[in-house]
Design a protein around this ligand. Structure first.
Ligand code: HEC
Ligand code: HEC
Ligand code: HEC
Length: 430
């Protein structure tokens, strides 16, 4: 059958469009736009002596970069991988990065390791998914990545096969070339000459090693972080990772000279680090040296820091105030202090607590409903556990006490309704 001439033209045009659009897509797919920040000189392997010299530094860098948190699964051998990461299209598992030659990175060259960490391209050209925060680690210096490599090579090899991901097609990985084109910065930012050495070191600790933006910067629909909203806060596992820009931290009441200590101890006048942030402190920031913790604080708080805004309590309807206060004194004050001052070694203060000053009540309600487990804090510090009140208080009572706290010590409009509380209770308790 011969198509009418008109149809043949339409088909030809459509075919041409596919080819014209397809060629650039294919070029991107094959990685032609990829740019490695890894210098060709790393093709030279490290000598045994270099490895021995670099390993102690690598231990510190690996802690500051929190590699162990992801590359160890609960109850599993350190560095042997296996921790699951849920993604919209399936589950991914962190890999074995012990020096086992078959199942770990024992057979990886220095250059292969550098490219995995800084370009997101593993041995054999396999693209990594950004659950491995290579977008942040791209800013790591060559020497720091070498140090981590040296440290890992001196760990105990563990023979443990990597778990296969449950993503639909193996070749989805190659599509990361498109994602990288959109979301992986081409180059690494240069130090800012007008800023102090401490500020620049702090930026490196926050952006490159600590990868703080992976949780504190919101993401767009491609799941890339939005540069214009850098560190302005995002939702992580159902709770708020707050705005930690200098202005954001000032609004939460963080004094610049206490911030370094807070990052190392996980507690202070602004309360305790909870949720995913507890793990960051536990595996990573508690190990920072005095100098690095101070540098991190200098960068986070701003150099010079903005003034801390004056605090003013918010208005509260009289009924809510009476009920909230009565409940607080009866149920909470025994641990947190009748005037909210906290009790050393028992419970954090409420008067200066950042959890009450957040724009959203999510973190506060999560703690009130589910509680926090008894847990160790760095350097031997201890608190009690925080009981969950889901079975003990009604929606109205939790809303009243939350509004009382947010208005009185958080300066926040008391906007928690019983329906908000109901929506956050565990399914078993609705
Ligand atoms: C937030 C979690 C997370 C952190 C932190 C993290 N990784 Fe990963 N890493 C992963 C995941 C998940 C994968 C697997 C990615 C994939 O399969 O695409 C991975 C893969 C890798 C690989 C590729 C291994 C292979 O066999 O393909 C290397 C090497 C690696 N990580 C090293 C590191 C180092 C070094 C650090 C610290 C500087 C680090 N990772 C920190 C989650 C993380
Ligand atoms: C894995 C995700 C994650 C990473 C990575 C992360 N944070 Fe957080 N951060 C959170 C969450 C969630 C909270 C809210 C914790 C809370 O309410 O106690 C938080 C809270 C904070 C707070 C306020 C603490 C409080 O109790 O109100 C500060 C300050 C902070 N983070 C700084 C940092 C810095 C600096 C880094 C990088 C070194 C970092 N975070 C990395 C998830 C993360
Ligand atoms: C048995 C003692 C106890 C009681 C009773 C108690 N708490 Fe707590 N609360 C704690 C402890 C301990 C923590 C810190 C737990 C941790 O970090 O592991 C805590 C944490 C919190 C936090 C998180 C603070 C932060 O710094 O992020 C809030 C908010 C809070 N409690 C509010 C309340 C309210 C409101 C009540 C009453 C309805 C209450 N608590 C009753 C012991 C208690």
């Amino acid at each position: 059958m011969v198509l009418p001439r008109r149809w043949r033209i339409v088909l030809l045009a459509a075919g041409l469009c596919v080819v014209i659009a397809g060629i650039p897509a294919l070029v991107v797919f094959l990685g032609a736009f990829e740019h490695s920040v890894v210098d060709a000189a790393v093709e030279a392997p490290l000598t045994a002596k270099q490895i021995a010299n670099l390993a102690p530094k690598g231990r510190y860098i690996a802690a500051a970069a929190d590699c162990v948190a992801c590359h160890t699964t609960e109850g599993g051998a350190p560095w042997a991988g296996g921790r699951p990461f849920e993604m919209p299209i399936g589950t991914l598992y962190a890999t074995n990065i012990t020096p086992d030659p078959e199942t770990g990175i024992g057979g990886w060259t220095r250059a292969e390791f550098q490219r995995a960490v800084r370009d997101g391209v593993a041995k054999g050209g396999r693209h990594l998914y950004p659950a491995m925060p290579y977008v942040s680690y791209r800013q790591m210096t060559e020497e720091d990545v070498d140090a981590v490599y040296a440290y890992l090579l001196t760990r105990q090899p563990v023979r443990q096969e990597n778990r296969r991901d449950s993503l639909p097609f193996p070749y989805v990985r190659q599509f990361m070339t498109f994602w990288n084109l959109l979301n992986l910065p081409h180059d690494v930012p240069a130090p800012v000459a007008q800023k102090s050495a401490a500020w620049n070191r702090g930026r490196y600790l926050v952006d490159a090693l600590g990868h703080c933006g992976e949780c504190h910067t919101p993401r767009d629909i491609t799941m890339g972080v939005i540069p214009s909203r850098y560190l302005q806060g995002a939702v992580i596992e159902g709770v708020d990772a707050p705005d930690i820009t200098p202005e954001g931290l000032a609004r939460l009441g963080f004094a610049p000279n206490r911030l370094g200590d807070f990052m190392r101890s996980g507690m202070g006048p602004q309360g305790v680090m909870a949720f995913a942030m507890y793990d960051v402190v536990q595996h990573s920031t508690q190990y920072l040296t005095d100098e690095d913790a101070a540098a991190m604080a200098t960068y986070l708080a701003g150099d010079p820091p903005p003034p801390l805004p004056a605090f003013a309590a918010a208005d509260l309807p009289a009924g809510t105030k009476d009920n909230g206060h009565r409940l607080y004194v009866a149920v909470c004050g025994g641990c947190h202090g009748l005037a909210g001052e906290g009790t050393p070694n028992v419970a954090p203060p409420m008067t200066t607590n950042a959890a009450l000053r957040l724009p959203q009540p999510t973190n506060l309600l999560t703690v009130l409903i589910t509680g926090l487990p008894w847990r160790d804090f760095p350097h031997g510090a201890r608190l009690q556990d925080m009981p969950g009140f889901t079975g003990l208080l009604t929606d109205q009572e939790i809303a009243d006490v939350a509004n009382y706290l947010r208005a009185t010590w958080g300066g926040r409009v008391p906007d928690v309704t019983p329906a908000t509380v109901r929506g956050m209770r565990p399914a078993s308790d609705k």
